[in-house]
Design a binder for this molecule. Structure first.
Ligand code: COA
Length: 435
């Protein structure tokens, strides 16, 4: 066996040494939050501040760290982000003009990267090298392989706290340009607060989920509340874009065991995992956990192969046609499409499957109805009127797919907050859509 430890030592550098290799115009690629390499990126930002290097772009999604290039005037024009899906920092950076945005379906990203982009460096946080010379990209492998295939160089940051996934994208030490050691706590999300309203919504959806169903939970407080409401179920399966803390609860309690899945039976399938240290402990060396590329995991034709597939996602507003906005508040950028549409479609194609878009009926202390006659100008349609299936608020469930416009409007008004129902009814009648 080759002496991989010797190769590792030859490639070992400090983050500052890696930063000194960078030249103007370089484009960097990173995957979702937990495999982002903050040590290397911070060193590059520092190098850029103190040199003539400029025109750097960093492609990433769901920022896991407060990267300086997302909010620093001294780096603007010298080093900017490009969001494939925004977390909190990218959201502010896009709205503030520090970062650009690539709209798209998450499942398409690997194909788009392979067709359209080249990376001067792919930068990634990995688990320690194993005896065969492999580093695991345990926590996020969504479009990593596509970026690796299109990268001139690969910089890895070894974090001893990065879990190792037995089934997922791996990088061999021979492929790597430089290695930096940087062990620190993994990024986590603040725990979501599940209030009474979210619990009611979670309860409505839980009633619709049979034992043995296969679930996907999206991003946000409501999907987390649904996860909490499923603890009394049996034999659930998990096939999801993002693996969350509530799924660890379901698996550890035995409510989920993947035993009834038609594909990947016995395994939890995801494309990235983010939220808490409990998630990382769960993944580490777990033979029942598969973290696979997003063009496979989020493909509706793959999703629908599991029977009784139930997808649960959140939204910001919905109009009376059932057009779902989950990406902006008017023109203000909030998020990306992610896998919402892929899971709505996959669930609706699955035998016995259903898709739920759930949200509290109002925003901003009850002053704004999230069910609207027409969408706020600038609102981005994520899930179309043709794809939408069930909409849920704390006032009940509306089933829209295949329903007439009049039925959609009546059902949506019935689950709007009572303070807004008269106005919505008036507007709908004025438009002639209630008959
Ligand atoms: N009008 C004005 N403001 C609104 C609003 C509306 N209709 N709806 C929400 N808001 C505000 C909230 O008050 C909150 O403001 P704050 O940050 O000042 O408290 C903010 O917008 C976020 O709303 P919230 O409901 O707390 O969002 P969330 O964290 O639960 O996330 C999405 C909701 C839609 C942004 C999130 O689910 C998402 O990114 N979805 C798109 C992608 C997707 O579904 N992927 C699925 C696969 S993982």
């Amino acid at each position: 066996m080759a002496d991989y430890k010797a190769i590792y030592q030859q490639k070992l550098k400090t983050a500052a040494q890696v930063a000194e290799m960078v030249e103007s115009g370089w484009v960097f690629g990173m995957d979702a939050a937990p495999t982002q390499a903050d040590g290397i990126m911070n060193a590059i930002a520092e190098h850029v501040r103190n040199s003539d290097v400029k025109g750097l772009k960093v492609h990433l999604m769901l920022d896991g760290y407060p990267f300086p290039f997302l909010a620093d005037d001294s780096l603007d024009g010298k080093m900017n982000g490009v969001s494939w899906f925004s977390g909190g920092g990218l959201r502010k950076a896009v709205n503030g003009g520090y970062a650009d945005l690539i709209p798209g379906y998450y499942r398409d990203f690997p194909g788009v990267i392979r067709r359209m982009y080249e990376y001067d460096a792919y930068v990634v946080s990995v688990s320690p090298m194993d005896s065969h010379g492999y580093f695991s990209l345990a926590t996020s492998t969504s479009y990593s392989q596509a970026m690796i295939d299109k990268a001139k160089r690969i910089f890895v940051e070894v974090n001893e706290k990065q879990p190792r996934c037995l089934c997922g994208t791996q990088l061999h030490v021979s492929e790597v340009t430089a290695i930096v050691e940087n062990t620190h706590d993994m990024p986590v999300l603040p725990p979501t607060k599940i209030d009474e309203t979210s619990k009611i919504i979670g309860g409505y959806i839980a009633e619709q989920i049979p034992d043995g169903a296969c679930i996907q939970l999206g991003i946000g407080a409501i999907p987390d509340a649904v996860g909490a409401a499923l603890m009394t179920k049996k034999d659930l399966g998990i096939h999801t874009e993002m693996f969350t803390t509530s799924m660890v609860d379901l698996l550890e309690s035995g409510a989920a065991n993947n035993s009834k899945k038609q594909i990947h039976r016995g395994k939890t399938v995801t494309t990235f995992a983010f939220g808490s240290q409990r998630i990382y402990d769960f993944i580490n060396d777990n033979p029942c956990f598969e973290i696979l590329p997003v063009d496979y995991v989020n493909d509706p034709d793959v999703i629908c192969q599991n029977d009784n597939f139930i997808s649960i996602n959140a939204a910001l507003e919905v109009d009376l046609f059932g057009q779902v906005c989950a990406e902006s508040v008017g023109t203000k950028h909030m998020s990306g499409s992610g896998g919402q549409v892929d899971y709505v479609r996959g669930a609706c194609q699955s035998k016995g499957g259903k898709s739920f878009i759930a949200f509290t009926s109002t925003a901003k202390g009850g002053t704004i109805s999230k069910i609207k006659n027409i969408l706020t100008p600038g609102a981005i349609v994520t899930t179309s009127k043709n794809d939408v299936d069930y909409i849920v608020t704390e006032y009940g469930i509306a089933h829209l797919r295949g329903e007439t416009l009049s039925s959609r409007a009546k059902q949506l008004i019935a689950i709007a907050h009572p303070d807004f129902r008269d106005e919505l009814k008036f507007d709908a009648k004025k438009r002639g859509i209630i008959i």
